[in-house]
Design a protein around this ligand. Structure first.
Ligand SMILES: *Cc1c(COP(=O)(O)O)cnc(C)c1O
Length: 342
């Protein structure tokens, strides 16, 4: 008998470009984007800027580059960046803010991953010549490591206002802002209103092969373009990639609701297993904390049965639903989880 097909729940980044994206890529009108002459990139940037309610946008190859450009243009060396303890900029960017911008993270813990206005006010310190000052606040929505948790418009507005009250700008890491908007039934722009820059990713749930978009004022985006070049991210006929991103933005957002239903199913299966702590899934990410078992061992056991998950740390697994796994795949994966864990 052939081995069972794999259900790959490691990440929504494993999604492959759809046939419509392949066609759009093949037919994309292109130019040299370092000269600002790629019409497809310009169209994507204009569209994302409008959807998020900003003046201007910049295509960048990765989400990490978007975040690191945002940090560079809004801080000075020697400052601190306030971010949630498990946020992407703290955990998964290889100390990029220290290496590339000479700043260090100041971490705060929020159970659901979302720093509130109170958390931000509490981080304020009296001005002192002995202490570094806060240069930037980074908010992540949805919050990946906390389990795809969603911050609504009111929470985001209050947090952004609290930072601005202390004279500190805010960057929103919205790699999965699309998922937050779909879960809330709210416009994307309502979740980033007032942010200084914000970014969204095209290469996760939206299935494009690469790309993120940074949005901000025209002046900040001009500065961001210079930093992108310095970071080695000035690319040429990149409309071939932007074309896939446009298909993603135009046609792949609403269907994220299916991923959310599938994740809820997985979370429900896990919630019934002894020694597993999981929060009900609001979007496409399920983070499971294991009381007794080793996460790497369990991940290996699941892989042996055709279900791939990712290991976040010694006792934490992450399962992510996406376009390339359907309801049937997730039901099968839930069955395997129950067999292995119950
Ligand atoms: C994936 C991710 C990023 C980085 O995106 P890459 O394209 O992988 O560099 C940034 N922030 C969050 C919250 C993410 O999940």
């Amino acid at each position: 008998m052939p081995p069972p097909a794999l259900v790959d729940l490691r990440s929504d980044t494993v999604t492959r470009p759809t046939p419509a994206m392949r066609r759009a890529m093949a037919e994309a009108e292109v130019g040299d984007d370092v000269y600002g002459e790629d019409p497809t990139v310009v169209r994507l940037q204009d569209q994302v800027a409008a959807r998020l309610g900003f003046e201007a946008a910049l295509w960048v190859p990765t989400g990490v580059m978007a975040n690191e450009i945002a940090i560079r243009i809004l801080t000075r060396p020697g400052q601190e960046v306030l971010a949630e303890e498990r946020s992407h900029v703290v955990q998964f960017e290889l100390a990029g803010m220290a290496v590339l911008s000479g700043v260090m993270p100041r971490i705060a813990r929020a159970e659901d991953g979302h720093l509130t206005a109170d958390d931000i006010r509490a981080a304020r310190r009296p001005a002192s010549y002995m202490r570094s000052d806060l240069g930037l606040v980074v908010l992540e929505n949805t919050h990946n490591f906390a389990g795809g948790t969603v911050a609504d418009g009111a929470l985001m507005r209050a947090a952004i206002a609290a930072a601005h009250d202390t004279g500190v700008p805010v960057h929103v890491d919205g790699a999965r802002l699309w998922n937050a908007a779909v879960a809330l039934g709210a416009p994307l722009a309502s979740l980033v209103a007032g942010a200084d820059p914000a970014m969204v990713t095209l290469s996760k749930g939206l299935c494009a092969p690469a790309g993120s978009v940074l949005v901000s004022s025209r002046a900040r985006i001009d500065e961001a373009r210079r930093v992108r070049k310095q970071f080695g991210g000035g690319m040429r006929q990149v409309g071939i990639l932007a074309a896939a991103g446009l298909v993603g933005v135009e046609t792949m957002v609403d269907r994220l609701a299916e991923d959310h239903v599938n994740a809820a199913l997985l979370a429900q299966a896990l919630a019934g297993c002894p020694g597993v702590q999981v929060r009900p899934a609001r979007t496409n990410i399920v983070v499971a904390e294991l009381a007794q078992r080793s996460a790497p061992d369990l991940a290996a056991e699941l892989a042996g049965r055709g279900v791939l998950v990712s290991v976040m740390d010694a006792r934490t697994l992450r399962l992510v639903t996406h376009h390339d796994v359907n309801g049937e795949d997730c039901a099968r994966a839930a069955g395997v989880l129950l067999e292995v864990l119950a």
